[in-house]
Design a protein. Structure first.
Length: 236
């Protein structure tokens, strides 16, 4: 591990600690969702995660004794187990679950089926992704504690999402000319040419079926899909 990156005097330490700003509390709930099923499901004991960034999920998952292998194309800011992109990654080993959280949108939309197919090929059972949702939302959190027992506590989050009235179109040709081509969002679910229905079809055409689809209810911009491999005779 490159401990210099974690020195408080280092140029990256401020970047690493950005997740702990008060403005990012609701986004941080996505870390909970990234690890929840991995930890709870009894049939998951090995994880491959692409785009692991600061390795927050890795630290929590490994705390529970689950094997986690991290892959990221950037080893200047981050410290992955292996430096690679999804499409360039090679392994003879299969993992119980293969993950990519807020990663796929940094690649052109016409490559996403290939990315999902590659992730599926590395998985024994599950593929788990989150992607940005460009629609609109309202999220309201209500919590009351009015009796001195656990039965007096009531908690409810109510949220609504809906498509943009004027859907966003992205300057794809400009992105193709950039040196930092992995930096922009080439697409988001809810864009002009990518509805939720469109993205569901893309997933299913990759030979995967949706086990769960959900938003981080505190920050609905993060849209999660827990996917399972389909057998050959299930694919139409």
């Amino acid at each position: 591990m490159n401990n210099k990156l974690y020195l408080k005097s280092s140029e990256w330490y401020k970047y690493y600690t950005g997740d702990f700003h008060d403005t990012r509390k609701n986004q941080f709930i996505s870390i909970f969702y990234q690890v929840k099923d991995i930890i709870i499901k009894t049939d998951i004991s090995s994880v491959l995660e692409f785009g692991t960034g600061r390795n927050v999920s890795k630290a929590i998952i490994e705390h529970f004794g689950i094997k986690h292998y991290s892959v990221d194309f950037d080893n200047k800011r981050f410290i992955p187990d292996e430096v690679s992109t999804i499409m360039e990654f090679k392994s003879d080993k299969k993992f119980d679950i293969v993950c990519a959280f807020q990663v796929l949108e940094h690649n052109p939309l016409d490559s996403i089926k290939d990315h999902l197919t590659k992730m599926k090929s590395l998985s024994k059972e599950y593929v788990f992704i989150s992607v940005p949702y460009s629609g609109r939302w309202i999220s309201i959190n209500l919590e009351m504690n009015f009796l001195p027992t656990r039965f007096g506590r009531w908690r409810k989050n109510i949220f609504f999402t809906w498509p943009r009235l004027f859907k966003k179109a992205r300057p794809i040709e400009q992105y193709r000319l950039r040196e930092d081509k992995y930096n922009p969002h080439w697409w988001e679910v809810g864009d002009k040419n990518l509805s939720k229905k469109d993205f569901t079809a893309l997933i299913e055409n990759s030979g995967l079926k949706i086990e769960k689809e959900f938003h981080n209810e505190y920050f609905p911009y993060h849209l999660f899909y827990l996917l399972k491999k389909t057998s050959i005779n299930q694919i139409t």
